[in-house]
Design a protein around this ligand. Structure first.
Ligand code: OGA
Ligand code: MN
Length: 197
C-alpha cells in the first residue's frame, strides 16, 4: 500500500495538489458507499456548517452538503478500516516528510443534486491545527456532465478534479483555495484533515 502513499506525496510535492486515482480499495469504497446509504436512511447526516465552534454558522449559500463524523467508537468495519489506513498514511508521511501530524478528523459528505461548496480554504482563522486536507471519493462511473468537480486554485493553474470512486486528493489546508462546483448527481466522499494539536 505504500506505493499509493508515495504516489500521492510525490504528486503533492510536484503540483501542490496530490492525486492518487486508486487510494481506496474497491472493497472499501463499496463498503463505505453502502454505509453512507444506510446512514442516510437512518437520518444520521446533519447539515454542514461553516466556521469553527462559536462561530459556526449554517449557510446554504456557501455549502449545501450534509456530513457524518467518523469515529472508532462506532465500531463500524468500514470506518475502522478507513481510519486505520489513514493512521498508516500519517505514520508514513511523518516518517518521510517530518510533518509532525498527531491527530486527524474525517467525515462523510453527501451533496444532493444542486449542492455546491463555494471557494474557501479549510484552515479556520481562529484555529491553525488543520495542516493537510485529504478527500477521498466514492462515486462510481462519474461523468463530466455530472458536474461536482473539485476546483483547486494553484499558483499558476486551476486543477479540475472529478470525484471518481477510489480517488484521493491531498493539499495544504492553510493555503490552497478550492471549491466544489454544483453537482448534478448525488455526490459522496470522505473528507478530513491531518492535524497538529
Ligand atoms: C470540504 C471540501 C471538497 C470536495 O469539505 O472542505 O472542500 O471535493 N470538500 O468534497
Ligand atoms: Mn474544503
Amino acid at each position: 500500500m505504500n506505493n499509493h502513499f508515495d504516489t500521492i506525496i510525490e504528486s503533492y510535492l510536484q503540483h501542490q495538489v496530490g492525486i492518487d486515482e486508486l487510494f481506496l480499495t474497491q472493497t472499501l469504497a463499496e463498503g463505505m458507499q453502502q454505509h453512507i446509504r444506510q446512514l442516510e436512511k437512518d437520518n444520521s447526516f446533519v447539515n454542514a456548517g461553516i466556521g469553527n465552534r462559536d462561530a459556526l454558522q449554517y449557510q446554504d449559500q456557501t455549502r449545501g452538503d450534509r456530513i457524518y463524523w467518523l469515529d472508532k467508537s462506532h465500531e463500524n468495519p468500514f470506518e475502522l478500516e478507513f481510519l486505520s489506513r489513514i493512521d498508516d498514511f500519517i505514520h508514513y508521511l511523518n516518517s518521510t516528510c517530518y510533518t509532525g501530524i498527531n491527530y486527524c478528523e474525517f467525515h462523510y459528505a453527501l451533496y444532493d443534486s444542486g449542492s455546491f461548496y463555494k471557494r474557501h480554504i479549510d484552515q479556520f482563522r481562529d484555529d491553525p491545527n488543520r495542516k493537510f486536507s485529504l478527500i477521498s471519493y466514492l462515486n462510481e462511473d462519474w461523468l463530466e456532465e455530472d458536474g461536482g468537480q473539485l476546483l483547486v486554485y494553484g499558483t499558476d493553474a486551476v486543477n479540475s478534479i472529478s470525484p471518481a470512486s477510489r480517488k484521493a486528493v491531498f493539499f495544504k489546508s492553510d493555503e490552497m483555495e478550492h471549491e466544489v462546483v454544483a453537482t448534478n448527481r448525488k455526490r459522496m466522499s470522505v473528507t478530513g484533515w491531518l492535524k497538529q494539536i
